[in-house]
Ligand binder design. Sequence first.
Ligand code: F0G
Length: 457
Amino acid sequence: MEFKTIIEPFRIHSVAPLRMTTPGQRQQAVAAAGYNLFALHSDDVMIDLLTDSGTGAMSRDQWAAIQHGDESYAGSPSFEIFRSAVQELFPFKHVIPTHQGRAAEKIIFTAIGGKGRVIPSNTHFDTTRANIEYTGAAAVDLVIAQGRDAASLHPFKGNMDVAALAAFLDEHAGQVPAVFVTITNNSGGGQPVSLENLRQTRDLCRRHGVPLFLDACRFAENAWFIREREPGQHDRTVADIVREMACLADGMTMSAKKDPMGNIGGWLALNDDELAEQCRNLLILTEGFPTYGGLAGRDLEALAQGLKEVVDHDYLRYRIRSTAYLGEALLASGVPVVQPIGGHAVYLDARTLLAHIPPLQYPGQALAVALYEAGGVRGCEIGTVMFGRQADGSERPAALDLVRLAIPRRTYTQSHIDYVIEVCQHVAGIARQLPGYRIVAEPKQLRHFTARFEPLR
Ligand code: F0G
């Protein structure tokens, strides 16, 4: 007898309180925050789905590993433990620890970016794009067409458009220092990339003599999707699939705040000796000595243990199923969401749900604020607030107006998620009454973090 309920493959070991709040308290808090959910005190949030980054629960064995941390400035054994855990899955020659993903990005793009260079990806994450552009280089997104269509049910919507990449590499011969592939494709809805697509991308890069790098934050979720969806992959272990993905690439950047189950951490790994030396020198400038980077020895130990836990099949089955559980319940009650459901998050289609609010009155922001006011659920607008302001100062609608509900790892129970489903259903029921917003103050860059809004009542 196989039971159909997929249970959390862990029990709770230590708990943190959730402060219960009333709608009145939340309306006050969000007004005081200028209707920007980043400006809330997290004590005023009940279910925090702002990000899955650094917000997961560590395991008993990770906390035990923390006690094992060695804080020597140079040559710490904690580094050896960390490096072998990384190389077990990603057998790159050089492993360079950083304090988080964007620090690895800053270092690699300082080394390979610069004016006149162009760096394609399926879709660059916003810090990746920002770090590329900061060096004067250009960042270009070449995801397959289905990856830009919220309703397409393609199983690998994160795939690189290989034909477009081929044309791009011909057109920009000599200007492309590396090709990046983000697994899973966060900005495209947490969608996976197939092994077959990675192989084709690698072959193309080989022919052009251009190195291939992975932005691998959610590598285990990507590998699980490969195991579930790609022909011929179902009998393999996730660890084995991860190693194959790594072997197709020449290097990687990593935010260890995602699949490696850390609250902080990251790394840059690569095979090229000369480039690695250059990167280590940059590391010393801003992060630290190469055996700790931007981290404490205890952080390195926690990550090494997290890497062992994240490739466990029972964990991944539960993880991917629990995200799909939220998405499927919303779909069944008529709330429009991006499909198929991705690995780490459910993306609500605010432009469709709040069709009476034009994009330049920020339907994603309106939905995110309403979810908070109604139920204390904090999601994140991914739409015209985040992407609408152009380099020339003008403003235009983003491709989509979404609200991301990102699920921290091993943190919320099924009843928390049932509550989130109810809150979303309630807000969908009053959607027609929700106001649009206008921005009353915004910074020059990355405005979504600090802009202040006013409802257009
Ligand atoms: N690459 C991807 C695909 C990411 O999702 C992130 C972070 C980074 C790089 C940067 O890593 O935060 O450790 O510096 N994503 C978080 C999110 C912030 O909420 O999706 P970092």
